[in-house]
Design a protein around this ligand. Structure first.
Ligand code: ASP
Ligand code: MG
Length: 421
C-alpha cells in the first residue's frame, strides 16, 4: 500500500504560549500524528518582534541587544513552563541560536535590508520548532526535526522569494522518508547560496501547500483560532457563519479580495493535485471546520463580506480636460508598478480614472508627486474597501447603512465593491 502523508500547519496564534504548545500536543493526540508533517510558525507575535529587531539594527542599533534579550526571555519563559528536569538541552539550543544571531549582527556588514530581514526574522520559526519538537519528543512522540531550508528552495528576492518548484520537489522527496513524521518550519527557505529566504508574511500556509504538492499528500489541515472559513471577519462583524464547504476557485476569489484566512498562494498547488484543504479550530479538533475541495462551490450559499481597511483612493483626471485614454492609463500603471502599489480596484470614465491601492510600502507621497506632473490628482487616504461576494440587497444595505460615506461603487454578477470613508 502507498502511504499518503497529511500536512498540518499551526500558525503563530496556536502556539502563542506554553498552553498553546500543550494544546498542539493535545490536537496530535486526538487526530494521531503518524505520517504527518507538522509545519509551525513563529510563536505568537514573534515575527513582528523580530521585524522590530531588524528595524533597531538598522535605525537605532543601541536598542538591538536589549530587544534581543526580550525575545530571549519570551522563549525562555515558555521553555520554563513546558519542561522541568529536561529543560537544559532545549535552553542550550535557544542560547546557541541566539548566539549565532548575535554573531550575525556583529559580523554582517550588509546594507541590504531585505537580506538581513530574512536572516533574522527566520529565527522566529527556528526557535518555535526547536521548542515544540523537544516538547513532543518528551511526550514520547516518534518524530523527526526537519530544517525546511533544506527543502524549500527559492530565488534571492528576499522577504518575498519565489519558489524554484522543480528543485524544491526534488529536495522534499529526498528529505522526507515515508513512514516518518516531522516537525518543520513554515515560511522559510533558502537560496542557491544557502542564505535564508522567506516567502512573505503569513507565508506558512503556502509552505504547507508546497509540501503537500511535492508529496502528493492526502490532505492539508490549517489549524486556526476560528472554527474555519467564515463568511465575514469576526473582528469587523458580530454575526458570522461558518462556510462548511468551498471550492478552490471560491477560496482563491475570497483570498484575492482580501479575506485573510488562507494565504492566496496556497490554493493553486492544491487545486492542481486535487488535495483537499481543511481549515479547523485547534480548540475543537473534532469539529469539521471548512473543507476546500473541487466539488462544492460554496455551502451555505450566503453573502461573504471582506474588508480591506486603510487603503488609498486616487482619482486622476487630465489637466487640460482631455479624455483619459489608453496611453494615460498605461502610464498610470507603470507608475503604480514602479512605486509598488498593490491595486485593489479600478474604475474609469471619460474624464477620470480612479484606482484604489494598498500603500503597503509607504511610497504614496513619491507616487503622487510624479502623477501630479501629468494629472490632476485627488487623494483619499484611510478609505475602506468593502467587497461582497454573492451579494443580495440586504448585504448591500448593510454596507450602505454603516454610517460611512461611499466614494465609489462597482458591481459585477457575483461581486459588489464599495470604497468608503
Ligand atoms: N511567522 C510568519 C508571519 O507571521 C509566517 C506565518 O505565520 O505564516 O508572517
Ligand atoms: Mg505568524
Amino acid at each position: 500500500i502507498k502511504i499518503k502523508l497529511r500536512i498540518f500547519k499551526f500558525g503563530g496564534a496556536s502556539v502563542k504560549d506554553a498552553d498553546g504548545v500543550k494544546n498542539l500536543y493535545k490536537v496530535l493526540s486526538q487526530t494521531g500524528y503518524k505520517d504527518t508533517i507538522i509545519l509551525v510558525s513563529a510563536m505568537g507575535k514573534m515575527t513582528n518582534s523580530f521585524e522590530e529587531l531588524v528595524n533597531f539594527y538598522f535605525n537605532d542599533n543601541s536598542k538591538t541587544l536589549i530587544h534581543l534579550k526580550s525575545i530571549k526571555n519570551f522563549h525562555q519563559n515558555i521553555i520554563n513552563s513546558l519542561f522541568d528536569k529536561n529543560k537544559e538541552s532545549v535552553t542550550l539550543s535557544l542560547k546557541n541560536n541566539l548566539y549565532e544571531l548575535e554573531k550575525f549582527f556583529n559580523e554582517s556588514n550588509s546594507k541590504n535590508y531585505s537580506f538581513v530581514y530574512d536572516q533574522v526574522v527566520s529565527y522566529g520559526e527556528i526557535l518555535s520548532t526547536t521548542i515544540i519538537f523537544s516538547y513532543l519528543k518528551i511526550k514520547g512522540l516518534d518524530i523527526s526535526f526537519l530544517d525546511a531550508r533544506k527543502c524549500i528552495k527559492t530565488d534571492n528576492y528576499y522577504r518575498d522569494s519565489n519558489l524554484d518548484w522543480d528543485l524544491t520537489v526534488k529536495k522534499i522527496k529526498k528529505q522526507i522518508k515515508k513512514g516518518r513524521s516531522y516537525v518543520t518550519q513554515g515560511f522559510i527557505g533558502s537560496d542557491n547560496k544557502g542564505n535564508t529566504t522567506t516567502l512573505g508574511r503569513e507565508g506558512s500556509d503556502y509552505s504547507a501547500s508546497i509540501f503537500a504538492y511535492s508529496l502528493d499528500a492526502k490532505d492539508v489541515t490549517i489549524w486556526k483560532d476560528v472554527p474555519g472559513v467564515l463568511n465575514a471577519d469576526p473582528r469587523f462583524f458580530s454575526d458570522t457563519t461558518l462556510l462548511t464547504n468551498i471550492s478552490y476557485s471560491e477560496a482563491i476569489e475570497l483570498a484575492f479580495y482580501g479575506a485573510s484566512v488562507i494565504h492566496p498562494k496556497t490554493l493553486q498547488p492544491l487545486q492542481r493535485k486535487d488535495i483537499p484543504l481543511y481549515v479547523k479550530s485547534f480548540l475543537n479538533p473534532n469539529m469539521n471546520g471548512t473543507t476546500v475541495s473541487r466539488e462544492i462551490k460554496i455551502k451555505p450559499m450566503i453573502p461573504c463580506f471582506i474588508i480591506k481597511p486603510n487603503q488609498t483612493l486616487l482619482k486622476l483626471s487630465s489637466l487640460d480636460f482631455s479624455f483619459i485614454v489608453e496611453k494615460n492609463i498605461s502610464e498610470i500603471f507603470e507608475l503604480l508598478d514602479k512605486f509598488q502599489m498593490k491595486v485593489d480596484m479600478i474604475q474609469n470614465s471619460a474624464i477620470s480614472f480612479s484606482v484604489c491601492v494598498n500603500n503597503k510600502y509607504g511610497r504614496l507621497r513619491d507616487l503622487v508627486k510624479q502623477l501630479n506632473t501629468k494629472f490632476k490628482v485627488e487623494v483619499n487616504e484611510n478609505v475602506d474597501l468593502h467587497t461582497v461576494r454573492h451579494f443580495d440587497q440586504k448585504a448591500i444595505d448593510k454596507i450602505k447603512n454603516n454610517g460611512k460615506k461611499i466614494l465609489l461603487e462597482q458591481r459585477t454578477n457575483q461581486v459588489v465593491q464599495f470604497v468608503t470613508i
